[in-house]
Design a protein around this ligand. Structure first.
Ligand SMILES: *Cc1c(COP(=O)(O)O)cnc(C)c1O
Length: 387
């Protein structure tokens, strides 16, 4: 069964795509195949699997399901979001150039600058929330454009369709880190992007109990190369973690709707709070790119940031007073998290880059979970009283 998006809705595909009842027992859930190798009936004659780095039935079911949800045909489940990113950059060769957005996950910046730059790949970082900046940054050697939208932590949006056109005209591939939106709210491949990356550690798994990544494409030639790289480098996801992600996908739609409802309540509450200077949430009409958000996303996840009215000391006092929100890095889980980008997630960006981007000492990032929303608002009010 192909579970096409023409025929079935997102929530139906999240529960069924890539999965068939086990033919030997009828088990409705995809078994967890904890095996490294597969018995062959004659040399080279097997049932499609020969070694679990190259392929594992649990991982394949999950890869097909997540690819389906991104409106694509090929998925590659990786051991982390970072190894997914690294596998994509390995499509390039020394001498190639990459244009990346300037406001992105700190670990992606670290990987580009401190690992791949040493191997002869060049990177330019540009504010791509204005697509016109891409035209000026493209070079003859540009082979890849890398964007993250909504961005981390400033919730800037990038117009995917505009970037697709400019990238393709220049002969470059476009990869989109879709971690913040999840495929429930945004599907870059439908807008023309070549490759999608997720840190599945976040919304796709959604339960804060594993590290994982997935790379998705609908292009046969790119898929062939990614398949080769995933096997050659070997950064694949374990069968157990693939099993957990497959289980989590079934509730992705339900969870995202709950994240969105709670985040909107939190964003409105913060916007009206006397101790808050500014809120950034694409679902609020006050977001400078609200119209673009409405056009390219079908909704908004639980991610938002706000600035406390006050200095670093006041911001620290707020962060230390939460009882329901947990002070922790990461995002996208069912539980609400709160963190300080300048000290925590974005410490790997040089201080002058942080300052030029606007990642100030009073900026707080929130991953709104799916607890009772009244409890979240009361907790925020209690903490902000310390500002
Ligand atoms: C967490 C994250 C990553 C890296 O993923 P890991 O699973 O931690 O390796 C990449 N991009 C974004 C937007 C992230 O939030």
């Amino acid at each position: 069964m192909s579970w096409s998006k023409e025929e079935f809705g997102f929530d139906t595909r999240a529960i069924h795509a890539g999965q068939i009842p086990d033919p030997t027992t009828g088990a409705i859930m995809t078994p967890l195949y904890l095996t490294s190798t597969y018995v062959q009936s004659a040399p080279g004659i097997h049932q499609g699997y020969d070694y679990s780095r190259s392929g594992n039935p649990t991982r394949s079911a999950y890869e097909q399901c997540v690819a389906n949800l991104e409106s694509a045909r090929f998925g590659f489940a990786m051991a982390s979001g970072c190894v997914g990113t690294a596998t994509i950059v390995h499509l390039l060769s020394a001498g190639d150039h990459v244009v990346a957005c300037d406001d992105m996950y700190g670990g992606s910046y670290r990987l580009f600058e401190r690992v791949f730059a040493k191997q002869g790949i060049r990177f330019s970082y540009v504010d791509l929330s204005d697509a016109g900046n891409l035209a000026r940054a493209l070079e003859k050697e540009t082979k890849l454009v890398w964007i993250e939208t909504p961005s981390n932590p400033l919730m800037k949006l990038i117009d995917i369709e505009a970037i697709v056109k400019l990238s393709h005209d220049a002969g470059a591939l476009l990869a989109v880190d879709n971690t913040f939106a999840s495929p429930y709210f945004q599907r870059p491949i439908e807008l023309g992007a070549d490759i999608v990356l997720h840190s599945t550690t976040k919304y796709i798994n959604g339960h804060s109990d594993l590290i994982g990544g997935v790379v998705v494409t609908d292009d046969d030639a790119i898929a062939e190369q990614l398949k080769f790289l995933a096997n050659a480098i070997g950064g694949i996801q374990s069968a157990f973690d693939a099993y957990l992600c497959l289980r989590s996908l079934k509730t992705l739609g339900v969870r995202m709707r709950a994240h969105e409802a709670n985040a909107l309540a939190v964003a409105k509450f913060l916007e009206g709070h006397a101790k808050v200077e500014r809120v950034r949430y694409p679902g609020l009409p006050s977001h400078p790119q609200h119209a673009l958000a409405e056009r390219q996303m079908s909704g908004n996840s639980g991610m938002l940031t706000f600035n406390v009215k006050g200095d670093l000391a006041a911001t620290r006092r707020v962060l230390e007073r939460f009882r329901v929100f947990a002070l922790a890095e990461s995002l996208g889980g069912v539980e609400s998290l709160i963190e300080h980008p300048a000290i925590m997630t974005h410490a790997s960006l040089p201080a002058e880059i942080r300052a030029s981007l606007g990642i100030g000492d009073n900026l707080i990032r929130v991953s709104v979970g799916i607890e009772s929303s009244d409890d979240l608002l009361a907790d925020l009010d209690h903490a902000l009283a310390a500002a």
